[in-house]
Structure formats: C-alpha cells, structure tokens
Design a binder for this molecule. Structure first.
Ligand SMILES: CCCCCCCCCCCCCC(=O)SCCNC(=O)CCNC(=O)[C@H](O)C(C)(C)COP(=O)(O)OP(=O)(O)OC[C@H]1O[C@@H](n2cnc3c(N)ncnc32)[C@H](O)[C@@H]1OP(=O)(O)O
Length: 194
C-alpha cells in the first residue's frame, strides 16, 4: 500500500475505466507506439525494449531484463530506469482505453534493489477515469510474476490529442513520424487523425 497523495486519489465522481471493444485481447502483445521510444522502441540500443501484453479488464503485463547499460550503483539498476519501466508499462494502458495519454504525475516507491540481469515482472492497471485523467497503478516484481515487489508506482496520466506531439516535438522527428505509414497506423489505432 502506497501513501497516495491527493493528486493521485481519484475524486468521488471518477468512473471505472472502460476497456475499448477493439482493445487487444487478453494475452495479445501490444506493439511499440514509436520505434525510437526509450521504453518500447526497437530502435534504441540501450532502451528497455518492453513488450507489453494485454491483461484482463484495463491491465497489462510486461517484462524487462536489467542490462549493464541500466546501472546506477555497481551491479544495480538505476532508479530512474526502473521508474521508466513502470511509466512505460502504465503508458501502454492507453492501448486498451484507445486514448493517447501522457504521464502527468508518477510517484514511485523503490522497495528492493534490483541487480543487473534481473527480470522485472511488470503489471499495470487503470483504476479510475475522471475527465481526461486516468488514475493508474503499477508494480515491478522480481523472482517471478508472483515474487516480491521491488518497485511500485501510482500515477495520473492525462489524455491528449495527437496535436500535443505535433506542437511540442522537435520538427524533424515529427515530420519523419507523420511520413511513416507504420506510425500513422499507430495513431489511427488510437482513433486519432494525424
Ligand atoms: C503520433 C502519435 C503516436 C502515439 C503516441 C503515444 C504516446 C504515449 C507515450 C507513452 C510514453 C510513456 C509515458 C510518458 O513518458 S509521457 C512523457 C512525460 N510526460 C509529459 O511529457 C507530459 C508533460 N505535461 C504536459 O504536457 C501537460 O502538463 C499535461 C498534458 C499533462 C496537462 O496539461 P493540459 O494543459 O493538457 O491539461 P490541464 O492542465 O488543463 O489538466 C487537465 C487535467 O489534468 C490534471 N493534471 C494535469 N497535470 C497533472 C498532474 N501533474 N498531476 C495530477 N493531475 C494533473 C489537471 O488538474 C486537470 O484536471 P481537472 O482540473 O480537469 O480535474
């Protein structure tokens, strides 16, 4: 149980998250949203290469093997990298809700050190929705999917439109993304019109 701050507590009139009828089926792999994403992209040599799978309801699972490039202290995962793994797993919940959402707040508890070569078993779940806000939570366990919790996060993601990226991203990557049919397909999967 985390000490959730007010900003992470859904208001009384928040509603349960609704799985989109065309969401990937439970067990189905959720693709990368962007080839160069540090969390899920295949084009990042030192990235986390997370491959999330849809779970029941609005939940996902993923695994991340900590590699040498992810160290903070000798032989141990950097905390920021572990927070990134939680953030990325939480971000993939958008595929089940069919919304694009970015992290507004991410509060992380680091419970156990995570050595290099450990597989972190991640699980994330949307808890409630209030307007554009998605309240969600994630755990990273070691030693197996039912092993002890090493890291845990509570978060608020905020729904945005594709214009959020077009307006704020560096022009060269935005232009390349919009010219890439695979990227446009991803945007369409979120039912947005690039
Ligand atoms: C081409 C596309 C491909 C697909 C791409 C998929 C991308 C997926 C990427 C996934 C990668 C992994 C994930 C990543 O790494 S995502 C990358 C890290 N995150 C960001 O870069 C986000 C930066 N922040 C912003 O852009 C803005 O601040 C946002 C968009 C978040 C809000 O600014 P905006 O002006 O739009 O909205 P608003 O201010 O009217 O607020 C609206 C509501 O939200 C509430 N609120 C706001 N902030 C917070 C907060 N901190 N805690 C709690 N609540 C917060 C606010 O109170 C209000 O509630 P209410 O008053 O209505 O009740």
């Amino acid at each position: 149980m985390s000490g959730r701050t007010t900003a992470l507590t859904p208001p009384g009139d928040a509603v349960p998250p609704v799985r989109h009828p065309e969401a990937p089926a439970p067990g189905e792999t959720i693709g990368s949203h962007y080839e160069h994403c540090f969390g899920c992209g295949g084009g990042q040599p030192h990235g986390l290469h997370l491959e999330a799978r849809a779970g029941e309801g609005v939940s996902v699972t993923a695994e991340f093997r900590v590699r040498e490039a992810h160290q903070g202290a000798p032989g141990l995962a950097h905390g920021g990298v572990l927070a990134t793994a939680l953030d990325e797993t939480l971000g993939s919940l958008g595929w089940l809700l069919r919304v694009i959402a970015v992290t507004g707040r991410l509060e992380t508890d680091f419970v156990r050190p995570v050595p290099v070569d450990t597989v972190l078993h991640l699980q994330a779940e949307a808890l409630a929705v209030h307007g554009r806000k998605i309240y969600c939570t994630a755990t990273g366990r070691i030693g197996g999917p039912d092993g002890p919790v090493a890291v845990q996060a509570d978060a608020v993601f905020v729904e945005v439109k594709v214009d959020h990226f077009i307006a704020n991203g560096r022009k060269q990557e935005i232009q390349a993304a919009l010219a890439d049919p695979d990227q446009v397909k991803v945007a369409r999967a979120f039912e947005v019109n690039p």
